[in-house]
Write a protein that binds this ligand. Sequence first.
Ligand SMILES: Cc1cc2nc3c(=O)[nH]c(=O)nc-3n(C[C@H](O)[C@H](O)[C@H](O)COP(=O)(O)O)c2cc1C
Length: 577
Amino acid sequence: MVALTQSTQTISNPGRLTVETIEIAEATTAIRCLDWDRERFDIEFGLQNGTTYNSFLIQAEKVALIDTSHRKFEQLYLEILTGLIDVNKIDYLVVSHTEPDHSGLIKDILQLAPDITIVGAKVAIQFLENMVHQPFHSMIIKSGQRLDLGNGHELEFVSAPNLHWPDTIFTYDHKTSILYTCDVFGMHYCDDRTFDENFTAIEEDFQYYYDCLMGPNARSVLSALKRIQKLTIGIVATGHGPLLQHHIPEWIGRYQNWSLEQAKTEKLVALFYVEDYGYSEELVRAIAHGSARTNVAVELVDINNAEPQEVREIVAQAAGLVIGMPPQSNVVAQAALNTILAAVDNKQAIGLLESGGGEDEPVYPLRNKFQELGLTAAFSPILIKEAPNKIVEQLCDEAGTDLGQWLNRERTIKQIKSFDSELEKSLGRISTGLYIITAKKGEVQSAMLASWVIQASLVPLGVAIAVAKDRAIESLMHVGDRFVLNVLEEGRYQQLMKHFLKRFAPGADRFAGVKTYPAASNESPILAEALAYMECEITTRMDCGDHWVIYSTIQSGRVAQVNALTAVHHRKIGNHY
Ligand SMILES: Cc1cc2nc3c(=O)[nH]c(=O)nc-3n(C[C@H](O)[C@H](O)[C@H](O)COP(=O)(O)O)c2cc1C
């Protein structure tokens, strides 16, 4: 365990951005940029708890800075850094990966200290050459390579490709036993605590972050974990959220278990994209997110940086394929497309999308080729007309879910059939009402018919609803989200039920032709035909196998027909709604 805490300095500005510095080990300072109110991060992230961007300074005989910060911290970060050290004395800037939230200030550092040597993976250095447009000293490192800073601070680099970014590396300091991991083991969580002492406060954010960013590359996570197995780790210095010190085996164990779980899932969806071309990666990530909801494994592959053998292997393992169109002029990507075409088989499902980079390979001729080879189109090609907004993201997310559901169709039928008949009959005696849940978040809205709804508390007034993990509306039902619970009326519910049970195409407007008016709290649609409605806010989600049980408090409600009754749903068997 390492000796902690010396000074905490905080500078504020009106945008709720603060910076905190703290000595976390001998000659090692964490510079944590706290972004208290950031609402949205990557495409699929609805942030609840802000985020932090963590950078680290090691001052041994030689001085190394590990990562910088987001551009929005330009002034605050540079003020703090120059207060800690004369930047011209920094010998190395280690770039764990080149995502802008950590590399956004590299250009500023280079301007202040042009003699600094930038240390990173080959891809990272290449990327930075294109980004900063000025010559700089660089050191390309490989896994296992060491860099001696003196006074025992020997840095060892561990390559961790695809852990959210293709050029990711970890850095391990043999003197302090700190492993610097940037995005990996991070979370979007902002508070004053530097460390992870409060496990329960952060575990949900830790998992959500893993699900969104690491789960899609579970196999790569397992390879990286193997590489750090031999290290004795005192602190995991992450790039986002608290640093990990108090529960390291538990955090790493969770990554291991979740990734093993993902990797052994029978069905795999391989999603091919071209790094830095159009909106290829963000759209493919949204599709991956939607598929992962259906409990299939997903693997993202940057076709520019994948060996043909790797592409062939992953296509052979996959049950579903998604391709973000590469540029026609990119010879490497075109060759990868041919490799994919040669490796597919007719049991696979395919989904294609335009990447919006301006010179996309056209979608339809490729779609036709896959159809001729016998593959099933899991969703219609997604065409990009403009920079993707949240509605396009939702469309991609729902397309991914459709693909996953298609792959799981036999398993679902098997599960339904595997019930013991006495048990299923007795379970079927549980009866409920009928409801339509409606939710809106920004421009995106959705709805579903629900029967597994029950009052769950008196003080505060609260309800619990079981929502299948692969429901389209699930992404709008996280802690802090608001929705409307519409109660259907006995004898008058058939039309609404029929409407909301339709199979909606990805991104379809589920309210077309339905009379609604907006709820006061967040504009979720209230159905004009509902018997009653309640405005609810989600406070807890409980993982219950294939469903989330979502507990919400009720803010307000209204009844349209005081004497009318709620529609009742009786079932014969308990293995379906
Ligand atoms: C009578 C009935 C009750 C249902 N109750 C629930 C429920 O409580 N929770 C749930 O997740 N799905 C429930 N469903 C399933 C969804 O309403 C429906 O399949 C869904 O709207 C379509 O999936 P999607 O919204 O993900 O496209 C029910 C379906 C029926 C027919």
